[in-house]
Design a protein around this ligand. Structure first.
Ligand code: NDP
Length: 495
């Protein structure tokens, strides 16, 4: 029988008040139920927010280095249980084991980074314009954070958000994606085991429309950190307006890899295969466009098609699998619909294009890695996020045309350029409009201690990762201490 999981509210594991449940299933084998979860609603969110609010009053007073000690303990426990979590993650959302191990490692890196940040959280001291007066700015916690996450990085993304939130002295109400509630629950269990006090982290399972929306609209939640689709991000912006919450949005992408005529083509080939078909294309940083220089077009396409057709699809738990399934039926339908759209727009399929069948794949949501050529920049497959193993190839004749083509999207998350020419590399770094630019690296591969996020409709200007995420999860407080013993009026007595 499938394992039964619970919400965690105020340190107590519990069912939804309604008693309703939902299942999480294995996308490589849909008949396998991974777990049964509480289908929560607003009343459960209200209870979690009340617990988080009460816990905040104590947690904000715990010294940051002591909070950091707990973060390091979380990191240690994640190291010990890395393989167990990775296997559960592969069963729950389909990525191959090497990738789910990487996903857990990102959580480990984020935990240790947060641990060390407990001894930094630097403020600033600046000279006052008046004598015998001291001026400083310090970081203070904000309150209760609503954390809403997607299914494609079920460990890394929640840790990117929850660890800096808690390290900074906030408390958390966490709603994971309905497709990956088991991994999320395991993470919260580990946080409790490491010593996070009751109420500081709460998890409420359930749908985006019910639980997610109740979090976004809740008057006692002070900030929201969200990763997911641009459509939901816009909805959250509207729904949070009445309470003027601080909101961080990490949304979609239409990332491109440029390959110039002077590039190392073997290197660029490994890059495009990993960027386009790793995680079955289900990354916000996935490479969904290849912008290829005319002079190497035919040669590179021959190399690419040969390798793409050989990619081995299958259950991510098997050692020889290179590409896992899509996360659910809806995602596969979306991919199929874009394959049809691309054909109707006049693009040509030169690899894949179909649902993958036979060879043990019929029980899951598999789709062949697919490549479109003759793609024009105005086509929908060149502009819209597909979130699947579909690559659109565009032909260009200069760096300038390549960068213009790359920038021709409403998104601006990740970007990549393969060239051996240092001048071209720096010109592209200057002109590409994206939050991340890789040179001779595919569009995927962010590291936990660097800023992560995008421009344009990829987000609303905040950054996750590294030191930058601490600006989101803490408030700057300006402090003046006058030790002159008399009233000194700024801007008046000194001029
Ligand atoms: P969504 O944006 O729908 O979901 C992301 C998270 O938000 C989930 O936890 C979801 O809950 C929740 N949610 C959904 N609706 C609301 C709402 N109205 N208020 C608050 N929370 C809500 O993404 P999907 O998972 O459905 O994926 C759809 C598309 O999103 C993909 O095809 C892709 O384009 C994009 N996406 C982008 C990601 C990224 O990394 N930038 C990651 C994942 C998806 P629930 O799971 O219960 O629906």
């Amino acid at each position: 029988m499938a394992q039964k999981y619970h919400n965690l509210i105020d340190g107590k594991w519990q069912d939804a008040r309604s008693g309703e449940t939902f299942e999480s299933r294995n996308p490589a084998n849909w008949s396998e139920v991974v777990g049964v979860f509480p289908k929560s609603s607003k009343v459960d969110v209200d209870a979690a927010v009340a617990a988080a609010r009460a816990a905040f009053e104590k947690w904000r007073l715990v010294p940051a280095p002591a909070r950091g000690d707990i973060m390091r303990k979380i990191g240690d426990l994640l190291v010990q249980r890395k393989e167990e979590i990775a296997r559960l993650m592969t069963r729950e959302m389909g990525k191959v084991l090497a990738e789910t191990r990487g996903d857990v490692q990102e959580g480990i890196d984020t935990a240790y980074y947060a641990g060390s940040e407990g001894r930094r959280l630097f403020g600033k001291t600046v000279p006052s314009e008046l004598p015998n007066k001291f001026a400083m700015a310090i970081r203070v916690p904000i309150g209760v954070a609503g954390i809403i996450t997607p299914w494609n990085f079920p460990m890394a993304i929640p840790t990117w958000k929850m660890f800096p939130a808690i390290l900074s002295g906030n408390t958390v109400v966490f709603k994971p994606a309905s497709d990956t509630p088991a991994v999320a629950t395991l993470l919260v269990e580990i946080m409790m085991e490491a010593g996070v006090p009751p109420g500081v982290v709460n998890i409420v399972h359930g749908g985006g429309g019910a639980v997610g929306n109740a979090i976004v609209q809740h008057p006692d939640i002070d900030l929201i950190s969200f990763t997911g689709s641009t459509a939901t991000g816009k909805q959250i912006t509207r729904d949070s307006a009445d309470t003027l919450k601080r909101v961080s949005l990490e949304l979609g992408g239409k990332n491109a890899q440029i390959v110039m005529d002077d590039a190392d083509l073997d290197l660029a080939l490994d890059g495009i295969l990993w960027g386009a078909f790793g995680t079955t294309g289900q990354r916000c940083t996935a490479t969904s466009r290849l912008i290829l220089h005319d002079k190497v077009y035919d040669k590179f396409m021959d190399m690419l098609v040969g390798r793409a057709k050989k990619l081995k699809l299958g259950d991510g738990l098997k050692a020889d699998t290179e590409v896992g399934p899509l996360v659910n039926e809806g995602q596969r339908k979306t991919v199929q619909s874009y394959v049809e759209i691309g054909q109707k727009e006049g693009a040509n399929i030169i690899a894949g294009g179909r649902i993958a069948q036979g060879g043990g794949l019929d029980g899951g949501w598999f789709h062949e890695p697919t490549i479109f050529t003759d793609v024009r920049p105005d086509m929908r497959i060149a502009k819209e996020e597909i979130f699947g193993p579909v690559l659109s190839v565009l032909r260009v004749r200069s760096l300038e045309e390549a960068v213009t083509t790359l920038n021709n999207t409403v998104y601006g998350l990740s970007s990549s350029l393969y060239t051996r020419d240092i001048n071209k590399a720096f010109t592209a770094i200057r002109d590409i409009r994206a939050g991340i630019t890789y040179i001779n690296v595919p569009t995927i591969g962010a590291e936990a201690h660097m800023p992560f996020g995008g421009v344009k409709q990829t987000g609303n200007g905040h950054r996750e990762g590294g030191w930058t995420v601490y600006d989101f999860f803490s408030e700057w407080k300006a402090v003046y201490v006058d030790y002159s013993g008399k009233l000194q009026r700024a801007q008046i007595d000194n001029y």
